[in-house]
Ligand binder design. Structure first.
Ligand code: ADP
Ligand code: MG
Length: 253
């Protein structure tokens, strides 16, 4: 059930400010970028550099002050069915089972329940939770809940998956296995992925390209191509070099 090709994002001169304590705070400053169809773009940057703001603008949850964002050539206006968002917390409905949560998005779109559940079951199996279809959110670990969130997002077959630190709350071991899971799902689903993380290793493990958002005014955003075969090996010399390059970018090495 791979999605159709599409999911190309065009960002032109995007700017966004907030008023904080009477002061104007320019968060995104004339950002231009193309996200290719089927690409995995990972956004990194210091806390407060505007990662979440950028993702929310792409999701249509936040309006830009200037510039334009288009999906497959159409300028976005608010949220849209071709985009699905995954947050750090899975935001599952506690009164619904795993199956109910994943099928929910289809049911509210008018898909009949049997069909919705059939499609939901496919994605629940894809994230490795077939045996937990009847479980309730409170019975799941953090990693499992996040998988349900991923299945729920995929079930509506978006062209673009927007993820804001989706693994940020998980313990180190679960996080690594979920990174492998995300890489596999992205590979199987042919979906454009834009993922925010503060974990540089996660960025190199997943990204075709890494976008580094600057925190200081006057510094431009940078894009780094991650030219490594998949599945990636974290201990490989070239992987480690990319990690050092990113660390240097943050003045940490
Ligand atoms: P990041 O996700 O990179 O940590 P954010 O995009 O959340 O950064 O925030 C960037 C900056 O914009 C921060 O300084 C934050 O305080 C400010 N900001 C974000 N959202 C709002 C808002 N709704 N109102 C005012 N300021 C905001
Ligand atoms: Mg954030």
């Amino acid at each position: 059930m791979a999605t159709a090709r599409g999911g190309e994002v065009t960002i032109r001169d995007l700017s966004k400010s907030f008023t904080l304590g009477g002061r104007q705070l320019a968060v995104l400053r004339s950002l231009s970028l193309d996200v290719r169809s089927g690409e995995c773009l990972v956004i990194v940057g210091a806390s407060g550099s505007g990662k979440t703001t950028l993702l929310r603008v792409l999701a249509g949850l936040e309006r830009a002050d200037g510039g334009a964002v288009a999906i497959d050539g159409r300028e976005i206006e608010g949220v849209g069915e071709e985009r699905a968002v995954i947050f750090q917390e899975s935001r599952l409905l506690p009164w619904l089972t795993v199956l109910g949560n994943v099928a929910f998005g289809l049911e509210v779109r008018g898909v009949p329940k049997p069909e919705a559940e059939k499609r939901a079951s496919f994605y629940i199996a894809l994230v490795g939770l077939a045996e937990f279809s009847d479980a309730y959110p409170r019975q799941l670990s953090g990693g499992m809940a996040q998988r349900v969130g991923i299945a729920r997002a995929l079930t509506v077959q978006p062209e673009i998956l927007l993820l804001d630190e989706p693994l940020g709350a998980l313990d180190a071991m679960t996080k690594i296995s979920m990174q492998e899971e995300l890489a596999r799902i992205w590979n199987e689903e042919d979906v454009t992925m834009v993922l925010v993380t503060h974990d540089l290793e996660e960025a190199i493990y997943l990204a075709d390209r890494v976008l580094i958002l600057p925190k200081e005014k006057g510094k431009a955003a940078r894009l780094i191509d991650v030219d490594l075969p998949r599945p990636r090996d974290r201990s490989e010399t070239r992987f480690v070099r990319y990690r050092e390059e990113l660390l240097r970018e943050f003045g940490l090495h």
